[in-house]
Structure formats: structure tokens, C-alpha cells
Design a protein around this ligand. Sequence first.
Ligand code: PHE
Length: 450
Amino acid sequence: MERASFGSKLGIILATAGSAVGLGNIWRFPYLAGENGGAAFILVYLFSVAILGIPCLIAEFVIGRHGASNTARAYSKMANGKAWKWIGYMGVFTGFIITSYYAVVSGWCVKYMFAAGMGDLSGTPEEIKDYFSTFTSDAVSPIYWDVAILLLTFWIICGGVRGGIERMSKAMMPTLFVLLIVVVVAACTLPGAMKGVEFLVVPDFSQVTGGTFLAAMGQAFYSLSIGMGCICTYASYYSRQTNLLTSAVQISLVDTLVAVLAGFMIFPAAFSVGISADSGPSLVFITLPNVFNHAFASMPLLGIVVGVAFYGLLVLAALTSLISLVEVSTVFLAEECKLSRRKAAAIVTAGCIVMGVFCSLSLGAVPSFSLFGMSLFDLFDFTSGQILLPLCGFLTCIFLGWFAPMDIIRDQFTNWGTVSQKFFPVFKFLIRFVSPTAILLVFLRQLGIF
Ligand code: PHE
């Protein structure tokens, strides 16, 4: 049977960028930029993308396209059956763990999109905070939304690589962009918003420390969905003509652009009403509803439109990442257990629902769902994001840079000698020395070792 593939260059870029653009772009990047010198951070971030993000993306592209199969088998093929193949299995496992809690949060975004439309988020700051804690600690309601978004993902995955993933990415990514622009314009035209814009565009190099570089590298890594099967799996659908270097650059640029624009959505609005912006779930589900309420107090209808647009764009960002996450385990099961795509997707979806139920309940309804003093939700987030992703990324660099057959890598990088080899030595140098060292430093820092 011929293997599925993406149908166009645009489809490749939008689908892969869809995986990369996610909640991380919206709830973490702006905050990091704000904390670390505004425009100066953006420069440091671009540097991190260049020395770490792009080489790691290309590394996964090489393994994925060469393997033309699920992540585990793709690593096995590249490793010729040697122990390095376990990185692939670890990637699939990591993806599954991330999916479980990422789907829960994606479900919250869908709920909030409706809540914003119904005007349910217009209470006092206290009420908004209570609304969030009551909702997330409820035993049933968040699970409905988790199931809803997973079923939507299931339906898209069943549509196939071209008819489902590519077609939906081509529709959702431009829509996300339009919604983003709507909210940015609304935020930047608020009275006093320019102070927020200034905060982001005036570089303050005095805030840049060694820690800034590590934060930027950690963010680049997560934001580009590196270190688990997503990129590798999508690359297995790339055509022989896809230029891996240019694609990596384009995808990184789209991802960074969305992250920077998210900053222009959050800071101007927050500055305009004098509320300081934080990061993570509390920014998106508590602080921002407050900010929108204050900022659009005299124009409640516009406030509702902005609220729906904002949560709508979060849903799209989360959904395109979720699709790539579910796809990893789906093709793995389908190919390894010889199941149909639909059957494999159904099993993965059911598995994610079960895990999601545990994650969601651990946030309040059943506090005993915890381990090592963390709720299951936090534990999944911590082990996947802080430990497994960097570990897979690090091992991938070492494997590809030092142990994998260099002629295969060169062929992939240059499309069998048909595109320029000029940057190949640069890539080789980065993947051998720079990227693994960078990941190691980020890893040690995340574990609090320095
Ligand atoms: N890149 C996504 C984001 O920025 C998160 C993600 C990580 C998605 C790993 C898939 C795999 O939110």
C-alpha cells in the first residue's frame, strides 16, 4: 500500500506549523519576553531558534522522511535495529503523555470560548477566579469538553493525512491568524496601549542574563514540538522535493511570528488597564478575562467579540497541536499492530480520554490522584515537558550527529544532491556540538541543578 503524503508545499508548512503553534506560544512566550527585556528577548529567542530549534527540526525531518513510517520504526530504520531505536519508542510514549493533559486544557479553551460568547466571564475578578476553580475542579464538566475536543480530533484524523490533517490545517491556520490580528488591533487601539507595545519593542539588554538564554532555548524547544514524534511523523509525509532546511526556517518563522503577535495582544491590553500579565493557565483563564472586562467596559459587545475571538484562536492553536499529537500514536498503532487508521485512532482517543479523566479529576475532584506530591496533571506536564522531551531531543542529536550514517543524512539534507550543500557542514556542527550542549544546559536548569 502506498504511504500517505501531504499534497502541497503550503500544506506541509501549515500542518507542521500547526503542530508548533500551540498554547505555549500564547501563554508562555509573551510572559518570557516581558520578563526578559522585551525586544531583547525576541532577539535571544531568534538566536536560540537558529542554533537549537532549526537543527533539531531538521534532525527529526531527516529521520522521519528517511523512515517513511511511524516514529518508532523510523528511528529503528535509521539505527539499523541498534539500541538507538528506543528513542523512537520514548518519543511515542512522551507524545501520548502530553496528549492526555494537553487535551484537558484544550477542552477548557473550548468551554471558555462558549462562556465568553454567553457573557459568563463578565463578573468581578473574584468571580472570574471562582469560576475557573469551580469549573476545573468539577468532576464532570471539564471531562465533557475534553471528550468533545478529542472526538473532533478523532474525526479529523480519520479524514486521513491529506483529506483530514492537511485540509484542516489549511483552513484553521489562516483563521487563527485572522483572529489573532483582530485581537491585536483591538488591544493596540485601547487607550494607554502604546506603553505595552513599547514594553515589547524597546530592547532592554540589561535584563538579558545567562538565564534568559536558557529560558529562550527551553521555550524554542517546546514551542517547535521537538523531542517527541510529532515532527518526525509529519516529516514521514513530506515529499522527496521538500527542502528540509527552508521548511524548518519557514515553520520556525511562522511559530515565532504567532508568539510575538500574542505578545502584542496581551501586553497592550494589560497595560491599558494596569493589570500585570502572568503566564500559564492563570493568565489565559483568570487574568485576561479581567483585562478584557476592564478594557472594554464601555463597549461590552466589542468585549464579547474580542473574548470569543481570543478563545477561538486558542482553540485552533490547541487543536492543530493536538491533531499532531494524536497522529503520532495513531500511526504507531496502525503500522505496528496492522490496524486500520480509524481503529488505531479510536483506540488512541479512548486511551487519551481515560488518561484525561484521571488528569482532570486530579485537579480537585479526587485529590488523591497524585504522586510525588504533584497532581497527576502536574506530574504529566512536568515529566513530559521537563524530562522526557529534552531527553529525547538530546539523544536524537547525539544519535544523528555521531552514530547515524552520514551519507543518508546528507542525502536527506540535500534532497539526494539536488539542492545546495552549503549549509550541511553548519548543520553537522550544530547537531553534533551546539544543540546537545544547549539541551543539556536547559535540562539541568529545569531540574534546578543550576
Ligand atoms: N508546540 C506546542 C505549543 O507550543 C506544544 C507541543 C509540544 C505540541 C510537543 C506537540 C508536541 O504549545
